[in-house]
Design a protein around this ligand. Sequence first.
Ligand code: SF4
Ligand code: SF4
Length: 59
Amino acid sequence: MTVVDTDKCDECGTCISVCPGNALLIGNRLAVSPEKCTSCGLCIKVCPFGAISNVQQKI
Ligand code: SF4
Ligand code: SF4
């Protein structure tokens, strides 16, 4: 699953603009909606702060 490290995130909004599934939400903080995220990896590539990463998780 894709996760955001909110300590590194600068809330620049770049990841939100590239996410094809509108899976990134900004409220007080950014979070990835597990239902919407397809783990395409686009947000990980564009984040200038390296705040997004993919964590393998078996359900
Ligand atoms: S991995 Fe893809 S679908 Fe998931 S939050 Fe990032 S850009 Fe959106
Ligand atoms: S691209 Fe990175 S720094 Fe910018 S809002 Fe997304 S997670 Fe935060």
